[in-house]
Unconditional design. Structure first.
Length: 325
């Protein structure tokens, strides 16, 4: 079972002095990307933040405006060589019409570029726990579970992960894949289940009727996930796949109640109604993070209540017309 689920996060022993001097974070303005960039910067690592459009939360980093999903391998080689980075984090994700270009095409071109980039920067590719597809109730999803995704999004992410893993096994790149479970914590995506619920709690003082999936899910704090990325980047002996989660499958109603508490609203503020599962998920997700703890020295530290308080405070204080992350 994951540690650190008390009322406060305990102090984290860092992975030692930073070994990555300069890192490129592709997708740096996204919800995970901004946490990853901040985690590297806190370590004293120079961050090159790469995204399609500038947002204010990357102001502390060197920013490059680039549509990486539609950039050629040659352009990526030139960029990475000019920026002289030691590591690259692919924190992008795409849905709908952008699914193939962002999730598969970018990974393909990035792997090809890294084969030809001087210095062989280390690649940390962010995958998703949904790559495993639905699993039997009670399963702890470790890296030995065969992936069988059934929806287009995790299928595309599995293809991308395969590109990284195959190139690493062949000795062409120095890469590692982190399969993240669902995330909560500060600055959630506005379209996410808990990001949108927090906005409704902020803007609507009436009772909220909410469809709640009858499911148990593993949610990790985005700050904990960012720490796993840093550790993977700084550990050149760590290869293959690492599953990143808390090791706890909580029913969605428990998670909703924690957010309602964080918002200072009474429990009856949200009236839940059972509903079908939407999106790429399943009715049971519990991550086995043993490999990440053993080889990366990583384990989650933020409690559910601490994560929901951070989520609520950032949504509460941000403008309702803010960008997605």
């Amino acid at each position: 079972m994951a540690r650190g689920f008390g009322p406060r996060p305990v102090s984290r022993e860092g992975p030692g002095p930073p070994t990555v001097r300069r890192v490129a974070v592709i997708g740096a303005t996204g919800c995970m990307g901004r946490q990853i960039a901040g985690a590297f910067a806190a370590r004293g690592t120079e961050v090159v933040a790469i995204a399609r459009r500038y947002t204010s939360h990357v102001a502390a980093h060197r920013f490059l405006a680039l549509d990486a999903a539609h950039t050629s391998s040659e352009q990526l080689v030139q960029l990475l060589a000019e920026e002289r980075v030691d590591a690259v984090v692919n924190a992008t994700l795409g849905w709908g019409d952008e699914l193939h270009a962002t999730n598969v095409q970018l990974a393909e071109r990035l792997v090809d570029a890294l084969k030809r980039t001087p210095g062989s920067p280390r690649l940390v590719h962010l995958g998703t726990i949904h790559e495993y597809g639905p699993v039997p109730w009670g399963t702890s999803i470790d890296e030995k579970v065969p992936p069988h995704p059934q929806q287009p999004y995790p299928v595309s992410k599995l293809i991308a992960a395969g590109l990284v893993l195959d190139a690493t096994r062949a000795g062409d790149v120095d890469g590692v894949v982190l399969r993240l479970t669902n995330t909560i914590g500060p600055h959630p995506a506005s379209e996410s289940f808990f990001g949108s619920l927090a906005a409704r709690l902020r803007d609507d003082r009436d009772t909220i009727d909410l469809t709640i999936a009858e499911a148990h899910r593993d949610y990790v704090d985005s700050r904990d996930a960012a720490d796993a990325v840093v550790r993977a980047a700084e550990n050149p002996s760590a290869h293959g796949v690492f599953n990143i989660g808390t090791g706890r499958a909580l029913d969605i109603r428990t998670l909703v109640d924690a957010l309602v508490r964080a918002a200072g609203r009474p429990p009856e503020s949200v009236r839940g109604h059972p509903g079908a599962i939407r999106g790429p998920g399943a009715d049971w997700i519990r991550v086995d993070g043993t490999r990440a703890q053993r080889l990366l020295g990583w384990s989650p530290l933020y409690s559910l209540d601490a994560s929901m308080r951070a989520l609520w405070e950032t949504v509460r204080t941000e403008s309702p017309d803010r960008p997605p992350c």
